[in-house]
Each structure stands twice: as C-alpha cells, then as structure tokens.
Design a protein around this ligand. Structure first.
Ligand SMILES: *[C@@H]1O[C@H](CO)[C@@H](O)[C@H](O)[C@H]1NC(C)=O
Ligand SMILES: *[C@@H]1O[C@H](CO)[C@@H](O)[C@H](O)[C@H]1NC(C)=O
Ligand SMILES: *[C@@H]1O[C@H](CO)[C@@H](O)[C@H](O)[C@H]1NC(C)=O
Ligand SMILES: *[C@@H]1O[C@H](CO)[C@@H](O)[C@H](O)[C@H]1NC(C)=O
Ligand SMILES: *[C@@H]1O[C@H](CO)[C@@H](O)[C@H](O)[C@H]1NC(C)=O
Ligand SMILES: CC(=O)N[C@H]1CO[C@H](CO)[C@@H](O)[C@@H]1O
Length: 458
C-alpha cells in the first residue's frame, strides 16, 4: 500500500493552485482501459473534475517513485533481492517446538519456526517486505501518468511511465526476475517458497498494460522501441512462468476471485505482447469454466459471500469479472451478455450487490463497478446514478468517471467558464492560470487525507 500519504496541506495547496475539485486518492481493485477510447480524446464535458483528479493523482504518485523489488531489506531465499517476495498475510510463527530458550533473531524465526495460519489476522511482519505495496503504487502511477500524458500532452508524464517501467521490470540491477516463485511465502522450515495465493499480488498488471498501451498506441516519443521490445521480452518470459508453474496453475484453478484475477493477468499480458488470439482463448476459458459457477440466479456470488468480508469480496470479484470483460471487448470477444450456469450476467451480480448492506465494510469498493456497469449496460431508469449520488458523494470527481462513460453526473459537475474548459471537454488551463470557476467555489471538496487503501490480499 502507499507509504506516503496525501496530506491535507498538499491537497489544500493543490486546491489553491488549480481551483478544482480533486477526489482523494483511491486504488481500484483492478481495471482495464481501452486505449482507443481514451486516445480519441472525445471526453464528455462532465468528466472535467475526473480529469483534474487524474492529473493530481499522477503527480502525487510520481513523486513517490520509482519503485523496485530491490528496495526491500531482505533477499529472497535465492539470495537475490531481484526476486519478487511477499509473505502470506495470515501466517504466524510457533516457536514452541524449536527450543525457544534463547531469543531467536527475526531471520531465525522466519526460517526455523513452523508457521501456522490464523485466518483474518494480519501478521504485521508482512509490512517489513513491501514488494506488493510497491507494485500496486507503481501500477497506479503508470496508469495515471499515461492518462495525464493523454490529457495534458506534457512529456513529463510519459517519461515517468517509461522510467517506472524500466526500474521495476527492465533495469539490470533493479528489475524484477519474471516470476512469482516467492510470493506469499508461508515461511518456516518448509515454507521457503511461494504459494498460489501470491499470484494475486500482481493482478494490477491490467493497470500497467492499460498505461503502456496508451503510450504505445498514442506513439509517445518517450515510449521507445527499445523499451517496448524489452518489456515484451520480460512479459513473454513471465507469461511462460504464469502458464506453466505449479503454483500459477493452482491459482488459475481457484474457483473464487483468485481465479478471476489470474485470468485478468494472463489475458492482459497476452494483449501486451500482441497475442490477441491467445488472450481470447484465455478469456474464453474463464467464461466457460470458473465464471459459470460464480453468479447464482439471484445475482449472488456465493464463493465471495461465504468469506469474512462479503461486501468487499463481492466488489472485488466483480472488478475482476468486469476487467476480464473489458479486455475481451477490446479484442473482439464480447462477454457482457454471457450467462452463468444459473443464467446470470455480470450485471445481475452488480444489481444484487447494490441491494446489500455495507455493514462495517468499505462502501467505496463497489462504486467503480456501479459506474462501469451503468456505462456498459446503460442506466435507462437512472438506478445506478441514483445509487451513486446517494452513496458516493461527489462521484464525478472520481478518476474512473473519465473512462466509465456514458454515465450521468447527477448534475454534480458545475459548468466552468469557457476559457477554462474547451467544448470537447478536454482539460485545459484557463489563460490566467486558473481562476476559480463558477460554481466550484462553494462545493464541498473531497480532501485527501491519506489514501484509501483497498484490500491488497484476498
Ligand atoms: C518464545 O518463548 C517465549 C517464552 O516462553 C514466548 O514468550 C515467545 O512467544 C516465544 N516466541 C515464539 C515466536 O514462539
Ligand atoms: C499541462 O500542464 C501544465 C502544467 O500545469 C500547464 O501549464 C499546461 O497548460 C497544461 N497543458 C494542457 C494542454 O492542459
Ligand atoms: C530477454 O530476457 C533475457 C532474460 O532476462 C535476456 O537474457 C535477453 O537479453 C533479453 N533480450 C532482449 C532482447 O531484451
Ligand atoms: C446484450 O444483449 C442485448 C440483446 O441482444 C443487446 O441489446 C445489448 O446491447 C447487449 N449488451 C451488452 C452490454 O453487450
Ligand atoms: C456540457 O455541455 C452541455 C451541452 O452543451 C451543457 O448543457 C452543460 O452545461 C455542459 N456541462 C458542463 C459541466 O460544462
Ligand atoms: C523508497 C526507495 O528506497 N525507493 C528506491 C527504490 O529503488 C529505486 C531503484 O533503485 C530507487 O530509485 C528508489 O529511490
């Protein structure tokens, strides 16, 4: 998760500088953006606040980069920090059987004490190695900087993307080895290897690829043929691991959100390397196997409802299903109307999820799904817009409101002076550097006080 947080002060500074409404920083569970739709730059004028949010998030995130697996303090069991590594979040040491008479060092505990699972209880040790959080920040930084490049045209943003890709994936001393052999290790004398749940750590490859496709298809000069070739090379090796390693295949077979996210990752990487036929086969496999059992007739997702935090898990798997369908739509495989064994669609799953109480969980996790479904299936009776305006506050200032269109702004977006906003709806600075736009001054601002951290583990 993000270590740095977006302070009230910096949000206030941003407010004064740009006189815009910027929503607090959020990391969506996952998403895929059709580069052609974005590069057409035919944005609705109601997305102006979302555009400002995207620029702000791009800059805020970029200030924290670059990220690298070599930033961790401990090496993987291979002895190399270039191997991605994370620890299973719910596993704890029990040193009672290993002569715990003298104090063991942390490293001795990790390798000699047997580890046992305590479901739902996070071992704080997990935070001492943060490859997972760094990857998530990097993926978001790439997505928003690529979008900022499209919106603003400044090479600062596209250079950021190239730099972040190079540092995380490609550089000889900081780049990640293309496998997840040490992801979500359980540790202990028999646990010095990754487990299948760790494949989920890299689910946000869909965001990375969305950003890279924008630069590649948009012909950003900073996205050189050298970096493109090198990333394809890395990705081909990783795809090979992801389609053959035992733990990767176990994750692929997982019936719940773990399996759904596996297919996000594999399909989007196949798209990246130009293997659209392979990606289509991958998505077809998901929609003709796992998907069939994931939504019941009434729209419930029983495998998620059974979990400890059902509101979260339903939203989480919905995001993964929507991402699979969006990747499909991009390569000519229409999954939106595909039905499960009980005759339900992704829309039915959303329609059911929005009727359920949030309880003590985080409501915001469902919002991007509501807007995405409304944009794709339509919102003739205004049900989805009503849900958003009643629950999600100033939702048109949320970044995803840009790419999940058309969707009503419920009248929440104030008209700006024509000098500040072009008729195409593309963000432009006003000539005097950004006078307060009419209607914006009285709006309640969603100040960002720390980033909303959506669950990294499932
Ligand atoms: C080691 O033993 C001490 C004393 O009995 C105990 O408090 C501690 O929890 C043990 N450590 C572990 C990791 O089991
Ligand atoms: C891009 O951002 C810079 C810095 O805020 C600004 O000066 C410039 O006008 C923007 N360009 C466009 C096309 O929005
Ligand atoms: C592809 O990756 C392999 C292993 O990481 C490396 O040896 C090779 O030089 C790379 N090729 C290119 C063209 O980058
Ligand atoms: C689903 O199918 C119906 C009927 O064929 C069609 O009108 C609609 O556009 C389809 N929806 C999506 C999202 O593809
Ligand atoms: C967007 O354009 C429409 C049609 O020109 C106009 O009625 C509306 O006020 C505009 N909205 C904003 C937020 O600028
Ligand atoms: C926070 C931190 O230490 N970041 C570093 C991660 O690794 C890259 C590549 O070496 C550095 O540039 C960052 O400063």
């Amino acid at each position: 998760m993000r270590s740095g947080s977006f302070s009230v002060l910096s949000a206030a500074t941003l407010l004064l500088a740009q006189a815009t409404r910027v929503r607090s920083s959020t990391s969506y569970a996952n998403d895929f953006l059709d580069p052609n739709a974005i590069l057409a730059r035919d944005f609705s004028n109601i997305t102006i606040d979302a555009q400002d949010t995207i620029i702000a998030w791009a800059e805020d995130l970029a200030a924290e980069g670059p990220w690298s697996v070599t930033n961790k303090s401990f090496a993987a069991p291979t002895g190399s920090k270039q191997d991605y590594m994370s620890w299973a979040p719910y596993w704890w040491p029990d040193c009672s059987s290993v002569g715990n008479t003298t104090e063991l060092t942390a490293e001795e505990v990790w390798t000699t004490c047997p580890y046992v699972v305590r479901d739902g209880q996070f071992n704080p040790d997990g935070r001492t190695i943060n490859d997972i959080g760094e990857f998530e920040d990097m993926a978001n930084a790439i997505l928003y900087n690529a979008l900022a490049w499209v919106l603003n045209g400044s090479s600062v943003y596209s250079e950021n993307v190239a730099r972040f890709v190079n540092t995380w994936f490609l550089d000889g001393t900081t780049g990640m080895t293309p496998n997840l052999a040490y992801a979500q290790m359980q540790r202990g004398p028999t646990g010095q290897h990754g487990t299948h749940t760790g494949i989920l750590d890299l689910k946000c490859m869909a965001k990375v690829v969305s950003g890279v496709l924008l630069l590649r298809e948009g012909k950003a000069p900073q996205w050189t043929s050298d970096i493109d070739t090198a990333l394809n090379n890395w990705t081909n090796e990783y795809i090979n691991w992801l389609s053959t390693a035992d733990i990767a295949l176990e994750e692929k077979a997982a019936a719940n959100n773990h399996g759904t996210f596996y297919f996000n990752q594999l399909a989007v990487l196949q798209v990246l390397v130009g293997d659209n036929a392979g990606a289509k086969k991958t998505l077809e496999e998901y929609f003709t196997t796992l998907y069939l059992k994931q939504i019941t007739k009434n729209g419930d997702q029983p495998l998620e409802t059974a979990r400890t935090r059902p509101y979260h898990y339903r939203a989480y798997n919905l995001a993964a299903m929507i991402t699979n369908a969006k990747i499909g739509a991009y390569i000519g495989y229409d999954a939106w109307n595909l039905t499960t064994d009980e005759g339900a669609t992704i829309k039915d799953a959303l329609d059911y999820a929005i009727t359920l109480p949030v309880g003590t969980e985080t409501a915001a996790e469902l919002w991007p799904n509501v807007v995405a479904v409304g944009a794709i299936y339509g919102d003739a009776d205004g049900k989805y817009a009503q849900f958003m305006s009643e629950n999600a506050g100033d939702y048109p200032a949320d970044a995803q409101f840009l790419w999940n269109q058309p969707f009503s702004d419920s009248g929440l977006v104030a008209v700006r002076s024509t000098s500040a906003t072009g008729s195409s709806g593309v963000r432009q600075q006003s000539q005097d550097g950004g006078a307060l736009s009419v209607g914006a001054s009285w709006r309640v601002l969603a100040l960002a006080v720390g980033s909303a951290v959506l669950a990294l583990f499932a």
